[in-house]
Design a binder for this molecule. Structure first.
Ligand SMILES: Nc1ncnc2c1ncn2[C@@H]1O[C@H](COP(=O)(O)OP(=O)(O)O)[C@@H](O)[C@H]1O
Ligand SMILES: [Mg+2]
Length: 552
């Protein structure tokens, strides 16, 4: 865990330009003897460790500042273990450059046989450690002081400053449980303040805890660290990462679906897109939004899915320390079905008094599962919300769900990710405009547009969305070349009805245009009859896909 991971994601590392700049600036200031420190926080698997590794690679390549890395998760089990690892890992990185086996660096006695022992500061620290650890009663305060002070002393001896990456820093609080240890943060701060040759970058997945740590004036680390929150990737970055994994761009609708379901969380993006690559390895450009939905459902609800297992882990560790486990579960289920409820609304649904429900809600905020916005409660992570909604109903697919189940789950996705479907709709509209440009002047089979005879498309010279000057009429695509087509796109789970077609044909008549309606889920019987009567062109998802294939 504390070794240099030869990460396969090296070449897919995406963006984080802003954060890398901040880290580079901190390194430059450190070189000038003015260290300042950074707290990097963000949800689990949002990319904190990867960002640290990227910065470490830059530092290692430049050679002026020495990177030291350790993950505090797993080394804070006791003060004795912690101090040996802290000093050992500092040596492993600073002296051995993080190369070779980390094993000899993990225990004080073994450290004596490493190149680190060649440095008097290190040798002195190791001897002190060994002596202290042999005592009947150890002094954890003295040991921790020794450890925290060590990187600065080593940096002086090496003649180069150290940038020390302490991953999952809040784990340090586990040491407070041990007698006579005191508050490890306080100790860390008092030592760190004396350091002129070490810059610290601490990370934490416990977002709420980290925020309190750096922003609460009662916290020992108040104002000591500059807080940077790592956000999810933007739509553009998501596209960038997707393209790197697939090897070529997806079509706009499929790409919009990737972003919509994953909300740009890099781990989710990676998992879904890797799955997609397996599902459609031979023809990446033909990947549809439906296939993206399928990949997402399989990864999130399939018992062998990576997102499924991650959500399970997240759920379990978050609730692990909870009192009132059943009530918390019930509360999470309620909000999984319906977000944005107020305290009174939640309490009513739970048949409990608001005061008691409020304690639970606060607790769920503290462990980062929920957030509160304008007095209403929401999930922090939309994917976890989706997972809880289904698994709490006992739905999980075993990797090979039957096609009916899968179809239903995919259809339901649109409703679950409301924002997602709006984005999908917009992507589809631009896809339709693109299609009209490509098919301009060509003749296509009539059935693709709900007709019997082949249809010749005018050689459109201009295809744009349209909005009337008074704002009353909006058309998703208006194609012109003397002759005009007005196209309406409905990309959602509800069939198009008579009323909508009537609206379209009225708007089209006003523009002297031929009407075409594209609907993901088709048309109601009365709408079909109306279209036939009025000569409206209509296409559902498979017909539209057939047209798209012609345009390629
Ligand atoms: N900037 C990024 N570019 C590409 N992939 C990323 C990026 N950030 C995170 N990932 C993906 O997400 C996974 C989790 O990232 P990680 O750094 O381990 O998260 P954290 O340390 O915040 O828990 C990585 O293994 C990688 O697949
Ligand atoms: Mg990490």
């Amino acid at each position: 865990m504390n070794e240099w991971r030869a990460s396969p994601s090296l070449e897919v590392f995406t963006n984080r330009v802003l954060e890398l700049n901040i880290l580079a600036q901190a390194a430059a200031d450190l070189e000038r003897g003015r260290p300042h420190h950074i707290a990097l926080f963000g949800l689990r698997r949002i990319g904190k460790t990867l960002l640290c590794q990227e910065q470490m690679r830059h530092l290692a390549a430049q050679g002026r500042v020495i990177p030291v890395y350790m993950n505090l998760e797993g080394i804070c089990t006791s003060p004795e273990l912690f101090v040996q690892r802290y000093i050992g890992l500092t040596c492993f990185w600073a002296v051995a450059g993080g190369q070779g086996s980390v094993e000899p660096y993990l225990r004080a006695v073994d450290l004596l046989r490493t190149p680190a022992a060649g440095f008097p500061v290190a040798l002195e620290a190791i001897h002190f450690l060994i002596t202290e650890l042999e005592r009947e009663v150890i002094d954890p305060g003295a040991l921790l002081h020794l450890a925290f002070d060590f990187p600065d002393r080593l940096a002086i001896a090496l003649g180069r400053p150290i940038m020390c990456f302490l991953d999952e820093f809040p784990e340090l609080s586990a040491l407070a449980k041990f007698p006579q240890t005191g508050n490890p943060y306080k100790l860390f701060r008092s030592v760190m303040q004396q350091h002129a040759h070490v810059g610290y970058v601490v990370t934490g997945s416990a977002v709420t805890t980290m925020e309190q740590m750096v922003r609460d004036h009662e916290s020992p680390l108040f104002l000591q660290l500059r807080a940077i929150e790592l956000p999810p990737l933007t739509a553009e970055d998501t596209q960038d990462l997707t393209t790197k994994i697939i090897g070529q761009p997806l079509n706009p609708a499929a790409q919009a679906a990737v972003y919509a379901y994953t909300t740009g969380h890099p781990f989710y993006v990676t998992v879904v897109v890797e799955r997609l690559r397996e599902l459609a390895s031979d023809e990446p450009e033909a990947i549809s939004a439906e296939q993206v939905a399928q990949a997402f459902v399989l990864e999130t609800l399939g018992a062998r899915g990576e997102i499924y297992n991650y959500c399970r882990y997240l759920y379990d560790i978050s609730l692990q320390k909870a009192r009132g486990y059943a009530a918390l579960k019930a509360l999470l289920q309620i909000l999984a079905e319906e977000e944005g409820l107020s305290l009174t609304e939640v309490a009513r649904r739970m048949h409990r008094r608001p005061a008691s429900v409020q304690d639970y809600l606060r607790w769920l905020i503290d462990v980062d599962l929920l957030v509160i916005r304008e007095q209403r409660y929401f999930y922090r992570d939309a994917v976890l919300r989706y997972w809880i909604a289904y698994t709490s109903r006992g739905i999980e697919t075993d990797g090979f769900p039957n096609t009916e189940d899968l179809k239903r789950l995919i259809a339901d996705l649109g409703e679950r990710f409301a924002r997602a479907s709006a984005q999908l709709g917009r992507a589809k509209e631009s896809e339709v405009r693109e299609l009209l440009r490509k098919l301009a002047g060509r003749t296509v089979p009539g059935p693709y547009l709900g007709q019997t005879d082949p249809i010749s498309l005018p050689a459109f010279t201009r295809v744009e969305s349209y909005r009337s000057p008074d704002g009353q009429i909006e058309i998703d695509a208006l194609a012109e070349n003397g002759e005009r087509w007005a196209v309406e796109v409905k990309w959602r789970q509800k069939r198009v009805g008579l009323g909508e077609l009537n609206q379209l044909i009225t708007a089209a008549a006003g523009l002297q245009a031929r009407a075409w309606c594209v609907s993901q889920t088709g048309f109601t019987p009365t709408a079909l009859a109306f279209a036939a009567e009025k000569g409206i062109l209509i296409s559902d998802a498979p017909q539209f896909a057939a047209l798209a294939k012609l345009a390629r």
